[in-house]
Design a protein. Structure first.
Length: 162
């Protein structure tokens, strides 16, 4: 087989492979958008607020100055769907952090159900008032269910982290 025919064969394989990947990618996006619509319809609007997780955790086991933890994001960070504050991601993380560092943890939660990445700027401003030493951001579910361009979400998250 000549070099030219081998190169042509490789180029054809790449074209078919790339075309197949494009079709699969488009199919995945379509599936994701369909799932987002179904999830929005099945879940509906929240009828209650998540439990308040702001507070001090681990003080009964650990002494010393508390570590200040801020939790930002959407309903997943706020703990929507749980019934007690101890079940929220903020408290679970705080208890694990308290155990790891041997100090209590003061939690400030500014996460909000329905928040999208573009809402992080406001949440960062609120969280910074508590002078956090550690921050956790859980965001993105609403960016998917209310189609927000990926680039916009990434820029908002990157800006908030800075």
């Amino acid at each position: 087989m000549s070099r030219a025919s081998r190169a042509r064969q490789i180029a054809m394989g790449a074209a078919y492979g790339g075309g197949g990947a494009t079709v699969l990618g488009a199919g995945a996006v379509g599936l994701l958008l369909t799932q987002a619509k179904l999830a929005r319809r099945a879940i509906g609007r929240p009828t209650s607020e998540p439990p308040n997780a702001t507070g001090r955790y681990g003080a009964q086991w650990h002494g010393g100055p508390p570590v200040r933890l801020a939790v930002l994001g959407d309903s997943s960070a706020a703990g929507l769907g749980v019934h007690r504050s101890e079940e929220t991601p903020a408290v679970v993380i705080a208890c694990g952090l308290a155990e790891a560092v041997g100090r209590p943890v003061d939690v400030t939660t500014v996460a909000l159900s329905g928040a999208e990445s573009r809402d992080l700027d406001r949440q960062v401003s609120l969280a910074l008032q508590a002078l956090p030493q550690v921050a956790v951001i859980m965001i993105g579910a609403n960016d998917v269910t209310h189609p927000v361009p990926l680039r916009d979400s990434v820029v908002a998250l990157a800006t908030s982290c800075r």
